[in-house]
Design a protein around this ligand. Structure first.
Ligand code: PRP
Ligand code: URA
Length: 208
């Protein structure tokens, strides 16, 4: 299931981050800001428990989060979304999956994995700005499930119908939250219109 975040703030920021003229500093800021809005929506159903808090006046019945949160950026571009989530959930733990798309085959290649033990039974938030063919996300979800992850949500900035179909087919239990569901992939398996190479634009490796 893919959930599109249509809030005007998100769509306004998306218009700027897509622009080829937007440089890496602003791109990074926007990736963080967009991620925070999406995260806010994606985590609205996480488990909470009732607690009673003494205010200066009287006891108040409140709710507190009752699940371990584990944020899992897919290296490298997912790192550009990490600070945004940690600002919202400062006690969240972080696991890493290193994946890149082989430039010839477009298939994901795993080169790194490191997870906190709370992955088992916790709530995992997989972050990667681009869900294109979906191959990287499917590979990351397989790893997380092998490690016993409980609830998993995926947060991306831009995706497309092909990627959604692949993830839904392999992991129908995992919702995908996105700021945009674009038209298609091109022959290079880039999202059209997309925003280009998210890793390069975030880290300034090729964008002016
Ligand atoms: C990009 C992107 C995703 C992947 C999406 O990473 O950040 O991880 O491609 O493609 P897919 O859905 O077709 O698998 P890339 O391989 O460019 O690596 P990088 O993050 O190191 O730049
Ligand atoms: N990876 C990116 O960074 N952009 C795309 O459009 C597809 C994969």
């Amino acid at each position: 299931m893919a959930i599109l975040i249509e809030h005007p703030f998100v769509q306004h920021k998306l218009a700027i981050i897509r622009n080829a003229e937007t440089g890496h500093k602003r791109f990074r800021e926007l990736a963080k800001e967009i991620t925070q809005f999406i995260c806010y929506e994606a985590l609205k159903t996480i488990r909470t428990k009732e607690v009673v808090v003494e205010t200066p006046v009287a006891p108040a019945t409140c709710r507190k989060i009752d699940t371990d949160l584990v944020v899992v950026p897919i290296l490298r571009a997912g790192v550009g979304m990490l600070d945004g989530i940690l600002d919202l959930a400062p006690t969240a733990r972080v696991g890493f999956v290193g994946l890149y798309r082989d430039e010839e085959t477009k298939q994901p290649v795993t080169y790194y994995e490191r997870f906190p033990p709370q992955i088992e039974g916790g709530t995992c938030i997989v972050i990667d700005p681009m869900l294109a063919t979906g191959g990287s996300t499917v590979a990351a979800l397989e790893l997380l499930k092998e490690k016993g992850a409980g609830t998993i949500v995926v947060i991306c900035i831009v995706t497309c119908p092909e990627g959604i179909a692949l993830v839904e087919g392999a992991h129908p239990d995992v919702p995908i939250y996105a700021a945009a569901i674009d038209e298609k992939l091109n022959d290079e398996k880039y999202i059209v219109p997309g925003l280009g190479d998210a890793g390069d634009r975030l880290f300034g490796t090729s964008h002016p």
